[in-house]
Write a protein that binds this ligand. Structure first.
Ligand SMILES: CC(C)(COP(=O)(O)OP(=O)(O)OC[C@H]1O[C@@H](n2cnc3c(N)ncnc32)[C@H](O)[C@@H]1OP(=O)(O)O)[C@@H](O)C(=O)NCCC(=O)NCCS
Length: 175
């Protein structure tokens, strides 16, 4: 398995993982009509646009035997001070969960943010996504207490904010 920057031709592979991972994670947490309209065709269109766009962020894909099995999308934080980046999305195909691919995508994403000068990163996770929360907490992310009520097609759903520092502590701490 390798992690590399996404190319425009990856849109279908990313969309396929996106839809499968949404279905496995959010069915029962999000309204059914919202999930029902989340099709590979629609997602491929939006990923095609995003991957072609000139933007500050970056998308990474995890590839196994030429098949995309996960992706992560990062960039500047949508609502935070300068110097804070954001992991907008990180999704692995359910058939490939718990094999370290999410961790590899996260390492690459945080490395990208660090190299682009960000000193901290945030992300948002739907309240009730226990797998996602556990994954972040195992990775050292800390819940901030900020809750955003996100509008998912008319359904207001609470999203928890997590934060992590990106600056390495010097050996021995701050003394
Ligand atoms: C969350 C997700 C990206 C994690 O990817 P993954 O490839 O399954 O996770 P990994 O195998 O890399 O696990 C990394 C660490 O998290 C731990 N972990 C993963 N899932 C866990 C679970 N359900 N419970 C406890 N720990 C878990 C692993 O043990 C591992 O810990 P370690 O580094 O100490 O060994 C993936 O499960 C996924 O796509 N979930 C659905 C989408 C989602 O919720 N995305 C986040 C939206 S905000």
């Amino acid at each position: 398995m390798t992690v590399r920057r996404a190319r425009p031709s990856d849109a279908l592979g990313i969309a396929t993982v996106h839809v499968a991972s949404w279905e496995a994670t959010y069915r029962g947490l999000m309204p059914d009509p919202l999930l029902d309209q989340m099709t590979v065709e629609r997602r491929t269109r939006s990923w095609t646009q995003l991957l072609a766009a000139d933007r500050d962020g970056e998308t990474f894909v995890a590839v196994d035997d030429e098949r995309i099995i996960g992706f992560a999308d990062v960039g500047p934080a949508r609502a935070a001070e300068d110097g804070t980046g954001e992991v907008y999305a990180i999704y692995v195909d359910p058939d490939a969960w718990d094999r370290g691919h999410g961790r590899d995508l996260m390492v690459r994403s945080l490395d990208w943010l660090r190299r682009h000068g960000y000193t901290a990163a945030i992300l948002r996770v739907l309240d009730g996504n226990d797998r996602g929360r556990s994954f972040y907490e195992r990775g050292g992310w800390q819940v901030t207490g900020d809750v955003v009520i996100a509008d998912h097609c008319g359904a207001p759903l609470p999203e928890l904010t997590y934060r992590t520092g990106l600056v390495e502590e010097p050996p021995g701490g701050s003394g």
